[in-house]
Design a binder for this molecule. Structure first.
Ligand code: IMP
Length: 457
């Protein structure tokens, strides 16, 4: 049962515990997995951009253009959807692994957009797996029509065709990037796929069918433009690791959206944490050396589905405003609420996480009180640990503890000592709740607005 802290804001000093603090110097970081420990949008883009400084390879292994990783460099803001966040650093190899669902039109748009802004992108610093599954226009349409079909029961997807493309992969009817490079094979497989999808469009959704020749024209020419990037990325990354290169795995979305571990069915269609690396990057599980989760100092979610610590009142609105919580991919306002220690502890335990990066701490400045979910309650039963066995989290209520907030603007803080005491207390108390060290803090969108606490850059 959860222990109550009704009257005070007891702070457990981290220094008083015997738990060792993890340290991650770059020189000891042959491979590092960085993943989202909440419902996505944890600020991974910025952290991965920073960590990319010490990496040779930055690898995406799951998800697709449903992700939106925002990186701010000076006055320039980049939102990357498919291309790994390391692309903004010269000399890094950025890899889109076989587990990513690739919309080739979006991939090429992103390449052109970066080039127009002066970022060098070519077949040497961007590699695309021949085995990655392709998201076609018909997948995007099915995604959107499927949501319409579900009505009130919709998932609230990004509409980018993710679920239908991974669905076809599991049904063994998908096409992979290598299929786009072979016109005959593309005709055969896309023809078979569209025949079935057209029956669905017409008979189920009462919509127009799609013309095979138009689609073939579009995608075969796209295949030719992709060719310079395509290779066996698994072999490339394994060889790099063998040669002592540093490999950074960039997770998209978050563990609570993981197809197996998340709040099913309100999830995305891939394994979002390090659990996706062996299959999605063809990289040995035992060679993922360090695992770091990322979580905001509060919590947000986009789309439908359970969110126990959501705040529907003024404070939720205040968090949205202070944190500018609108989707990078869809522009949708994000649902906002308090840090959910139950969910983050679950995410970190499932993945044997070594440390957590806590982002957007600056957003909490000015809140008189801060709440944190420390347990869930449903029909009189209290769950201290994430109740993954429940058919649904719908209807669970959080047990919230309250801590005092701070007024000071902390955007300029660069060291632990520069933070107000109450901010430090908040961080240390969260650390106790999640049972892993908080190894870095982020206090603003800029590259340099971080406070290292063990995770060096
Ligand atoms: P899908 O991935 O587009 O199928 O959407 C499934 C669920 O995951 C929806 O609730 C989306 O809002 C959510 N989702 C997908 N990608 C992201 C992301 O990058 N950040 C936050 N939520 C996401």
């Amino acid at each position: 049962m959860a222990s109550g802290r009704a009257d005070s804001c007891r702070v457990i000093s981290v220094a008083s515990t015997t738990r060792p603090r993890a340290v991650y110097p770059n020189s000891l970081m042959p491979s590092l997995s960085v993943y989202g420990a909440q419902w996505g949008d944890e600020g991974k883009g910025k952290i991965i951009d920073r960590l990319a400084i010490g990496a040779d390879f930055v690898v995406r292994y799951q998800g697709g253009a449903n992700a939106g990783h925002t990186v701010v460099v000076g006055d320039e803001k980049y939102v990357l959807h498919l291309i790994p966040s390391g692309i903004l650093h010269p000399g890094k190899v950025n890899v889109v692994g076989n587990g990513v669902a690739v919309d080739p039109l979006k991939f090429l748009d992103e390449v052109s957009g970066l080039r127009e802004r002066g970022v060098a992108v070519d077949g040497t610093n961007l590699r695309l797996s021949a085995g990655a599954h392709v998201i076609f226009a018909h997948h995007r349409r099915i995604d959107q029509l499927g949501e319409r079909w579900l009505g009130d029961g919709k998932i609230g997807t990004t509409g980018r065709g993710i679920g239908p493309a991974y669905g076809d992969k599991a049904r063994r009817s998908g096409l992979r990037v290598s299929d786009l490079l072979d016109a005959d094979r593309c005709r055969e497989r896309l023809g078979a796929a569209l025949a079935e999808k057209n029956a669905l469009f017409q008979a189920v959704h009462g919509e127009e069918s799609m013309d095979l020749e138009t689609e073939l024209d579009r995608y075969i020419s796209v295949g030719a433009r992709l060719a310079e990037f395509v290779c066996d990325t698994g072999a490339l990354v394994r060889a790099a690791y063998r040669e002592g290169k540093q490999v950074l795995f960039e997770g998209a979305q978050g563990v609570m959206l993981d197809i197996d571990l998340g709040t099913y069915p309100y999830v995305t269609s891939s394994n979002t944490g390090p659990n996706g690396i062996p299959s999605g990057a063809a990289f040995p599980v035992g060679q993922v050396d360090q695992i770091v989760g990322i979580a905001k100092a509060y919590c947000t979610r986009v789309g439908e589905g359970p969110f126990p610590t959501e705040d529907h009142g003024e404070e939720g609105t205040a968090i949205r405003k202070a944190g500018n919580e609108f989707g990078a991919t869809t522009g949708r306002p994000r649902r906002c609420g308090w840090f959910d220690a139950v969910a983050v502890r679950y995410a970190s335990e499932c993945h044997g996480t070594h440390g957590l990066v806590l982002t957007n701490l600056d957003v909490l400045s000015g809140f008189e009180n801060l709440k944190v979910g420390v347990a869930y309650e449903q029909d009189g039963t209290v769950f201290d640990d994430y109740p993954a066995h429940l058919p649904s989290l719908e209807g669970v209520r959080p047990r919230l503890e309250t801590l005092p907030g701070w007024d000071e603007n902390i955007e300029g803080a660069r060291t632990w000592e520069e933070l107000p005491e109450r901010a430090r207390d908040y961080v240390e108390w969260l650390e106790e709740q999640i049972r892993i060290p908080i190894v870095m803090l982020s206090v603003g969108p800029e590259r340099d607005q971080v406070i290292p606490r063990g995770l060096s850059l």
